[in-house]
Design a protein around this ligand. Structure first.
Ligand SMILES: Nc1ncnc2c1ncn2[C@@H]1O[C@H](COP(=O)(O)OP(=O)(O)OP(=O)(O)O)[C@@H](O)[C@H]1O
Length: 663
């Protein structure tokens, strides 16, 4: 008979409680006579193990009754997430379970509390559960450990060179170079080797000193590849040019043995000039491929025989300097252009080039260095060798087989250089470096940081002074004008964010300067002679602008990031980032256009108010916040130019309006 005043759910709960009590008594009695219990009894009885098994193995039909009859050796019935079946068969239950403050939930809560407090169920039949350990905050792994994750082991054991280390030329002995090279360097005004050169030149010249090694080809005893990270203006170019010239000077036949890849045409010209200067009188032939001349012109300059199929190719140059795009054009379209004889593959500004996936250039170059796979397994047939003498040893089929097998490998040594060399293992692994050796040039105090070589920040030249000013966007042109005039800056490189902003800023500077010149009474007053330099210009125009800048005919060069990397303009005294660089790499390369080769240099960054956080955070993260000093601009600093500025702006506006109307 249902109890009056009790809900059906409560009635069911009381019924189950009664059954549980009964069951509990039964089990206690059974446990005293444990040995006498038969298997049959176990099966019909409600031992926890069996009922669990049934649940596990027959999950499709949940037996509500059996669940109710669980013995105290099982966990007590707890509030369960109800399955669809439960919901259908126990609608009242579901209603009851959802009612807050009902008796069972109160009881459950009590049990749970006890379990938590004691670490065990309240019933003596339960085994005590161990208490959960209190939550603790994990110690964050050290910065050094995190940066080491996945890094090449060779990188972890990089050779760190103090940036202030130098070596007087006359004190150099036994380095492996010829008297001719030493004399040539002296003729070029070089009296000492810079830090990066003191490490790299002797390392690359080692094969010249080893008695049984052949410096031009070592297919049995390949040389180590190298990765070099050294500050801007530190002489990385000479660090690879000197050994290349020295080693290749031993060659008899002209073959393409050194390939230098750089990101821009301007850099191709610059590297060419350095190689020509160092190799003067050594008889080496130097070629370039940039697309500046027609393809046929370049083909004729690079390859001797464009028609006869030759296994070993035919080269008119010993050293080729190129951009990746044009190199791929020649690999795919020029007969007898081959990389099989390469002794050196140099990737300058390597992080910039490795970020470039244009035509999958890197894979194409690497596979052009390897012997063609269709020659394996290579069989001996002298007739099948059209020109065995001209093929690289590594490409030739073996002349005879013996029990002693020795594998031949390419003699090509890969050299990577940058002021901001990537540590990204995925990028470096694409190069398939052979037993690479890493060199990192940095100042002494930075090397002693706990991060050591793993501290992935970049170094600046020690002679560089860095400033920044926070300024309203509309006042930026005025501040630039004020800085140049007030400090009579004569060799200034101004960086903007794009080619179009370069043109706009140039116009504004010119208009400001026009107004300024009219105001000045004396002829001798300081004036701005500015020109823009960006990718919009032809290579020829770019060359002549750089020449005028070097000669002092121009004192302000407004440029896009085209010249932020690698370009060597030794006389640049000031670099002004008119637009904040987007990342630290860009910043390092921009400011690195000054303070080169130990000269003094000053860098300014004009930071708009809304960019201040980004800029300061970027400097802080790279550990260089203390290197930049803030320069406060007072309102009256810019006041003298305000009327000039208004005139310049209205001239600019009318010029652009006219330009739009004309077009
Ligand atoms: N040993 C030296 N003595 C005097 N001047 C040197 C020496 N080595 C290099 N230089 C000069 O230093 C300048 C910078 O050299 P280089 O362009 O090779 O620097 P870099 O390390 O490649 O810089 P970046 O990373 O900006 O490309 C050049 O003008 C070069 O002629």
């Amino acid at each position: 008979m249902p109890d009056v005043g009790k809900t059906p759910a409560k009635q069911r709960y009381l019924h189950r409680k009664k059954l549980r009590r009964k069951q509990s008594k039964k089990t206690k009695a059974a446990s005293t006579k444990k040995d006498a219990v038969t298997t049959a009894q176990d099966q019909t009885d409600t031992s926890s193990a069996d009922s669990d098994e049934e649940e596990v193995h027959q999950p499709s039909v949940p037996d509500v009754q059996m669940l109710d009859l669980t013995t105290p050796t099982e966990p007590p019935p707890r509030k369960k997430r109800k399955t669809e079946k439960h919901r259908n068969s126990e609608n009242a239950d579901s209603e009851w379970l959802d009612v807050p403050g009902n008796e069972e939930s109160a009881m459950d809560e009590e049990v749970t509390k006890k379990e938590i407090e004691t670490g065990a169920a309240h019933d003596p039949g339960y085994e005590a559960l161990p208490a959960f350990p209190s939550p603790t905050q994990q110690e964050a792994p050290s910065k050094v450990l995190v940066s080491a994750q996945g890094l090449d082991q060779a990188f972890l054991s990089a050779e760190v060179i103090d940036a202030s280390r130098t070596l007087k030329l006359e004190s150099i002995d036994g380095i492996g170079w010829s008297l001719q090279t030493a004399e040539r360097l002296q003729e070029l005004g070089i009296q000492e080797l810079f830090a990066v050169q003191t490490a790299i030149i002797p390392f690359l010249l080692r094969p010249l000193k080893e008695p049984r090694s052949h410096p031009l080809s070592s297919p049995f005893n390949p040389v180590q590849d190298i990765c070099v990270s050294a500050p801007t203006g530190g002489g990385k170019t000479l660090a690879y040019v000197v050994p290349i010239v020295e080693i290749l000077s031993a060659r008899i036949v002209t073959r393409l043995r050194a390939l230098i890849i750089v990101p821009t045409r301007d850099l191709v010209s610059q590297v060419r000039e350095t190689i020509e200067a160092v190799s003067k009188g050594r008889g080496l032939k130097i070629g370039v491929a940039t697309g500046q001349h027609s393809f046929t012109h370049e083909q004729n300059a690079l390859v001797g025989d464009l028609n006869t199929p030759l296994m070993g190719g035919s080269s008119k140059v010993d050293i080729l300097i190129c951009t990746p795009g044009r190199l791929i054009d020649h690999l795919n379209g020029t007969h007898n252009f081959t990389l099989q004889h390469l002794r050196f593959l140099i990737i300058d500004e390597a992080d910039r080039l490795l970020a470039e996936s244009f035509q999958d250039w890197l894979n194409q170059v690497l596979s052009a260095i390897k012997a063609p796979s269709n020659s394996a397994p290579r069989t001996l047939s002298v007739d099948a060798l059209p020109c065995p003498d001209s093929m690289a040893p590594y490409w030739q089929p073996p002349i005879c087989y013996s029990d002693v097998t020795q594998t031949l490998t390419t003699s090509c040594q890969k050299l990577l250089f940058s002021a901001t060399l990537t540590h990204d293992p995925s990028k470096l692994s694409a190069l398939g470096l052979r037993d690479p050796k890493y060199f990192v040039v940095r100042s002494q105090e930075r090397s002693s940081n706990d991060g050591g070589v793993l501290d992935q920040t970049f170094s600046f030249p020690s002679s560089l002074v860095q400033h920044y000013s926070i300024i309203k966007t509309e006042d930026k042109p005025l501040l630039l004008f004020h800085l140049i005039l007030s400090q009579s800056m004569t060799n200034v490189l101004v960086f903007t964010k794009s080619a179009s902003s370069t043109q706009r800023l140039l116009k504004l500077l010119q208009f400001l300067n026009d107004g300024w010149s009219q105001q000045q009474s004396q002829e001798s007053a300081f004036h701005i002679m500015a020109t823009a330099f960006s990718s919009d210009l032809s290579v020829h125009d770019r060359k002549s602008i750089l020449a005028s800048f070097k000669e002092g005919k121009i004192n302000v060069l407004v440029a896009s990031d085209l010249v932020s990397r690698g370009i060597d303009l030794p006389h640049v005294s000031h670099v002004i980032s008119y637009d904040v660089p987007i990342d630290m790499r860009k910043y390092v390369h921009r400011v690195g256009r000054t303070a080169r080769a130990g000269r003094a240099g000053v860098a300014w960054t004009l930071v708009e108010k809304q960019e201040a956080h980004h800029f300061l955070e970027m400097m802080r993260e790279s550990g260089h916040l203390q290197d930049v000093s803030k320069n406060r601009i007072e309102g009256n600093d810019l006041a003298p130019y305000s009327s000039l500025y208004e005139n310049a702006l209205s001239r600019l506006q009318s010029e652009y309006t006219r330009g739009t109307a004309d077009s």
